[in-house]
Design a protein around this ligand. Structure first.
Ligand SMILES: NC(=O)c1ccc[n+]([C@@H]2O[C@H](COP(=O)([O-])OP(=O)(O)OC[C@H]3O[C@@H](n4cnc5c(N)ncnc54)[C@H](OP(=O)(O)O)[C@@H]3O)[C@@H](O)[C@H]2O)c1
Length: 219
């Protein structure tokens, strides 16, 4: 990942901030894309990050400047975001979907029914054909990501629409110390990953913990 600029769109949020901070620590040049870049800049200033490794920008500027665009916004904001910025992505960019369409009800957690099959395929269906799409960072928990000095010691599932997309996302995951990427195949596997996130949330609730995550043995 040395040299690649990574935009984390929604990088002021819980999941995005942890990813942005840990990617910067791993040597990536990170742009936090925010609806309010000034507020984002104030947030970034509170992070202990290598000097100059993270800057903020509006969504349009962040998306246009990056070879890799990581989407960490709420799922239900994606349609508008992808329509608005359809033309802004750099040619051939890798788009990494992190969203999970979780619906929290009274004592229940479910996934939204998505006609495309998964959140990642929903993203793919709304992007230009020249862009590659992968899904990852969906099961690593936000709270632990933001405990920046705590080891993650877990695996992260990666799927993608091509070998190239998966390789790019695997390299991105490897940038973060303590995260092992696991290639699980085509983008259609994103549905299984999103269900795994639901499982992690359920484990957290049932066992009154915060950081349930996954490790594959035998690999
Ligand atoms: N939290 C987790 O443990 C976790 C784990 C796996 C996956 N995810 C996924 O990651 C995504 C972000 O989750 P999160 O927990 O980080 O959420 P969050 O804390 O609410 O952050 C989402 C960010 O998205 C941006 N955003 C854009 N439009 C928004 C809107 N209409 N309302 C609220 N925020 C908006 C905001 O950044 P600006 O205001 O700066 O633009 C905000 O900081 C979700 O799709 C979630 O399913 C989360």
């Amino acid at each position: 990942m040395e040299g690649a600029t990574v935009a984390v769109v929604g990088g002021t949020g819980q999941q995005g901030s942890g990813i942005a901070r840990r990617l910067a620590r791993g040597g990536a040049a990170v742009i936090v894309g925010s609806r309010d870049p000034a507020r984002a800049a104030a947030t970034i200033a509170t992070w202990a990050a290598p000097a100059g490794a993270i800057r903020s920008a509006g969504y349009r500027e962040a998306i246009a400047a990056a070879a890799i665009v990581v989407l960490t916004v709420p799922f239900d904001t994606l349609a508008e975001l992808l329509a608005q910025h359809h033309a802004d992505f750099a040619a051939g960019a890798l788009v990494v979907d992190v969203t999970v369409p979780v619906i929290f009800g009274a004592g229940t957690i479910t996934l939204a029914d998505i006609a495309d099959g998964s959140a990642a395929e929903y993203v793919k269906a709304r992007l230009r054909d020249d862009l590659r799409v992968a899904a990852t960072f969906k099961t690593v928990p936000a709270r632990l990501l933001n405990e920046i000095d705590q080891p993650l010691q877990c695996d992260e599932f990666v799927c993608g629409d091509s070998r190239e997309a998966r390789d790019g996302a695997m390299a991105l995951v490897r940038t973060i110390d303590g995260l092992r990427p696991i290639d699980v195949g085509p983008l259609s596997r994103a549905a299984a990953i999103e269900h795994a996130t639901l499982l992690a949330i359920a484990i957290n609730r049932r066992h009154k913990i915060h950081d349930a995550r996954f490790r594959v043995v035998g690999l």
